[in-house]
Design a protein. Structure first.
Length: 174
């Protein structure tokens, strides 16, 4: 009878906590753990032409007790800043909500992450003063000891910037 009661209590606890369910399937964050550095090729749409440039890229990903933390420099040419975000399990499986962001987001910005297959994808969206939504999407995948980063910035559904880069894990201890 005790085992039945314990089983029922655990089932009720899990049913009452969607975050616990999402946390039970966080993908393999361990393969993303570490300090990653590299360069990327940037394609920017300017007026009637596209320009190409190289950009330094660095990302730090650490597993935490209830999710993970990422520190990165935004890759957009305008207003680039370093962001540190702690993610915790969201209400849907494989989704994570930002519960601590430094520097803080404005009221019009949202930040979340999710696993899409074997890729970790971070989204940063916001609505400008003109009411048009912009979305920055950072897609990370790891294979053969290298991280592939694909970054896109779109505004109102129009692609403005894209970056593709290869990063290597730095030999540092976190």
């Amino acid at each position: 009878m005790r085992i039945l009661n314990l089983t029922l209590a655990v089932a009720l606890l899990l049913a009452a906590s969607p975050a616990a369910l999402a946390l039970s399937n966080p993908g393999d964050i361990r393969k993303f753990h570490g300090v990653w550095i590299g360069k990327g090729v940037v394609a920017e749409k300017q007026l009637k032409e596209t320009t190409f440039a190289r950009r330094d890229i660095d990302i730090v990903i650490r597993k935490t007790k209830i999710g993970f933390e990422i520190t990165w420099k935004t890759l957009t040419r305008e207003g680039a800043k370093r962001i540190t975000t702690r993610f915790v399990a969201g209400s849907e499986p494989d989704t994570f909500e930002a519960n601590q962001v430094s520097p803080p987001l404005t009221g019009k910005e949202k930040l979340w992450a999710q696993f899409e297959g074997d890729r970790l994808v971070v989204y940063l969206s916001g609505v400008g003063d003109d009411g048009v939504e912009g979305v920055a999407r950072y897609e990370c995948s790891v294979a053969d000891g290298l991280m592939t980063l694909k970054y896109t910035l779109s505004r109102g559904g129009e692609l403005l910037e894209s970056v593709t880069g290869k990063l290597t894990r730095a030999k540092v201890v976190l």
